[in-house]
Design a protein around this ligand. Structure first.
Ligand code: FES
Ligand SMILES: [Fe+2]
Length: 441
């Protein structure tokens, strides 16, 4: 239970206690009558609710977990869920790059998996069982048991560093997926095995390595020392599901022209692109100066976007709100957005894209920030990032991927980005063969 909710419950029970007829404070002979008592109790309850709300606003992490229907326009009395399904059915996919690039992908934030717990995760077109052994280590196995196909993540039990299938009790080692025990058989066959995935846990995230040919990891996920040492602490996360090819999302970093068009209106203008250019909020403008470059060997799998952000209010430039951000992309599925500001402090947003299906991406942003900075600062940064991001979501959810876009000279970074990104595909990278025609709500 969140502290805010706890305070609210205390408030309500206190209120309820006070209005009990046999309360010693408010007996028949009490100083005020029943209406007065009720009013005081309601006020006490409301006051505590407000205190709980204020506490969670100021101190609790911000969690914005969006459904599958963000970024669609619901018209003619339809729900946004129906609009999402219509868009998905209508979409022309055309020619697409392979759908699962080779690289590291986030599966879960570490705090969502406790010792002895198992979680089911859909990623890369597969169903995975992610569990934390009693040794504290996180393991990733295929979810389906090779015996008769039960899902290890649904009712499976963690035993040491193994997981026990809920159907007949076979046990599989988290390290290599080998079956180590069949409770009713004398011998465990050599070949009894479930696929185990290379994984790592770094920056408070559990990541999995995908390579279409089963090759070992070709690079490691950089550790953000400040997170490991506890100098930067967790202040919140967002989660979105996006109906697009994975490449659309990182390509945004090299699409410099879209910043001036899509992201210039102030965040108060909201996320619905039909209204973001409304005259009412025209007095708030963001200005972006951006450069995108790939890194060289041995970090060829990385690229950097350097962002200079400034804010104008009624045409006046507010220098104190100038923010420089380095967005370092590592492989196809991770970006480290590093903030360094003279008085707003330092921190990072970990932006992760994990393909769930060929045209469905799970995108998470987790913010870690200097522990001595008021949590409201990183929470505001995350909220602002979320608003700007949801404007992109509306574009991605409704667009078509063009293999041969009509570009002008000023768009040249986009082609450069496509060449850079192509290193994550290899000959056997999976291609889209069929498309589901609806999202499940
Ligand atoms: S299906 Fe898993 S043990 Fe039988
Ligand atoms: Fe964008």
């Amino acid at each position: 239970m969140s502290p805010g909710l706890a305070a609210a419950c205390v408030g309500l029970s206190l209120g309820a206690g006070l209005i009990l007829p046999d309360s010693p404070l408010w007996g028949e002979s009490g100083p005020i009558g029943s209406p007065g008592r009720a009013a005081v109790c309601i006020l006490a309850g409301v006051g505590l609710l407000a205190a709980g709300w204020l506490y969670s606003l100021l101190f609790c992490p911000l969690e914005l977990l969006r459904g599958l229907d963000v970024g669609y326009i619901a018209e003619d009395g339809r729900s946004r869920a129906q609009a999402a399904n219509d868009v998905r059915r209508r979409r022309k996919t055309g020619e697409l790059p392979p759908v699962y690039p080779n690289g590291w992908y986030r599966l879960l934030d570490s705090h969502l998996l406790h010792r002895g717990q198992v979680q089911h995760v859909s990623a890369l077109g597969e169903q995975l069982a992610v569990f934390r052994g009693h040794d504290g280590k996180a393991y990733v196995l295929d979810a389906y048991c090779p015996h008769l196909g039960a899902n290890l993540a649904v009712g499976g039990r963690v035993i040491g560093s193994c997981i026990e299938c809920p159907f007949h009790g076979w046990q599989f080692s988290g390290d290599d997926g080998k079956c180590v025990r069949i409770p009713y058989a004398k011998k465990v066959p050599e070949f009894a095995k479930v696929r185990s995935w290379p994984s790592c846990e770094v920056n408070r995230q559990i990541l999995v390595w995908f390579h279409c040919d089963g090759e070992e990891p070709q690079w490691t996920v950089p550790e953000q020392q400040e997170i490991t040492k506890g100098q930067w602490v967790y202040r919140g996360r967002t989660e979105h599901f996006i109906n697009a090819h994975i490449q659309e999302i990182p390509e945004n970093a090299a699409d410099i022209a879209h910043l001036a068009h899509l992201h210039t209106p102030g965040i108060v203008s909201g996320v619905d692109l039909r209204y973001t250019n409304s005259k009412i909020w025209e007095f708030v403008r963001h200005d972006w100066k951006v450069q995108w470059e790939p890194e060289s060997e041995p970090n060829r799998h990385c690229s950097q976007m350097l962002v200079k952000h400034s804010l104008t209010l009624f045409g006046l430039h507010w220098h104190l709100l100038d923010v420089d951000v380095v967005a370092r992309q590592v492989g196809p599925g991770m970006v480290f957005l590093l903030f360094d500001h003279s008085y707003l402090g330092r921190g990072v947003i970990l932006h992760c894209v994990t393909p769930v299906e060929p045209l469905l991406q799970c995108v998470s942003h987790a913010i870690f920030y200097q522990s001595n900075i008021l949590p409201l600062v990183p929470k505001f940064i995350l909220k602002a990032e979320c608003i700007q991001f949801e404007r992109d979501v509306m574009i991605w959810n409704n667009k078509k991927y063009l293999t041969k876009p009509l570009l002008v000279k000023e768009d040249s970074a986009i082609q450069k980005h496509r060449r850079w990104f192509s290193q994550f595909y290899s000959e056997n990278s999976p291609q889209l063969r069929y498309q589901c025609d609806s999202l499940d709500f």
